[in-house]
Design a protein around this ligand. Sequence first.
Ligand code: ADP
Ligand code: MG
Length: 393
Amino acid sequence: RTGSVDRSTQGSTNNLNSDEDNINVVVRVRPVNDKELSLRERNMLEFPGKGQIICHGTASGQKPKLFSYNVVFEPAATQEDVLEYSGIKRLLEMAVEGFSCTAFCYGQTGSGKTHTLTGPPGLVESGASPHSPEHGLVVRSFVYLFQLIRDRPDCHFILKASFLEIYNEKVIDLLNPGSSRKPLQVRWSKESRSFYVENLFTVDCEQLDDLFAVLEEGMRNRSVGAHAMNAHSSRSHSLLSVRVRRDVRARDVACSTLGKINFVDLAGSELTKRTHSTGKTLEEANNINRSLMVLGYCIAQLSDGKKKGHIPYRDSKLTKLLADSLSGNGVTLMIACIAPTKSNLSETINTLRYAARAKKIKSKPIVKMDARDALILSLKREVEVLQAENDHL
Ligand code: ADP
Ligand code: MG
């Protein structure tokens, strides 16, 4: 029998507990940089307790404000700490078990998003050893993913990776940059009931080195683009995706799960404010950064507990591609990146508020899945999307 539900996850430590949400929000504070040091900029943040940040100078009366999150990484935190305590390991375990998971970094330009995901500039492109202590979350996650796979010799795994960039609502394949003159289309797949990128290059990754090669190639192509266009990398989103197919064979029962882990390095969050301040509507915002704005709307509406049918996933390329992990079929990790000093204060407060709002999202993820459950779920999802489309008209 194929397509039966996989019950092997039940009772395991990485199964969902009732107190675990499908969005985990952590904050990472980067260290004060040399420029800020030389200017003797004031440090605006304090860390009074676990998961807490006090931000000074937030209101006109300069009253300090307390924010709390699942985890706060102080400036001294290492890349290894982020792997261990951000909750990413749980996402990877869940991706292996058939969930759609996303880790994204949000924050202003220069706040440490790229550092957190892929380490200091040029590290990955230089082909540094996978064991370099400077590597970010992506390389560390790859290593952990292969560890998880080795732990399941009873299963057969197929991993496929892709790496794209969204710039100005155009999808560019970072593994096939020659295609960049012709942006790729995002389409709805009836079969998998999710959005996909047509003609996107995907690489079969049998070994850890194959995943590294994908990352390296994509990063190299991304920095070429960044060089060609001023401020390109702060205005574009990159999305590295690893799909995990697992075939389990136990006695005469065969069962497959299809999971996914996305790593998203978002455009600088200062762009959303710029959009608002010019008084542009969502429709007009196309050329500035629609994806970032729509992600904000989706998060706001999900956290409002509004009806799912009204969440505008369809309004941007990025939210289409993240819809399955945001909508409750998966788990999302938001890493809010901030700088500690005074000159960054207003963006820091925006990011802390955005992160606080994301933390309110509650829904329980669903594993893929028994054939009948799968059908019910997919019909529900189709209704959601049609409803969203209808609202949009
Ligand atoms: P963003 O991607 O958000 O624009 P970057 O990741 O490029 O920001 O970070 C800006 C600079 O600060 C980079 O030179 C980066 O290496 C450095 N940096 C950021 N976070 C850290 C950190 N936690 N530790 C050391 N250096 C950091
Ligand atoms: Mg960056």
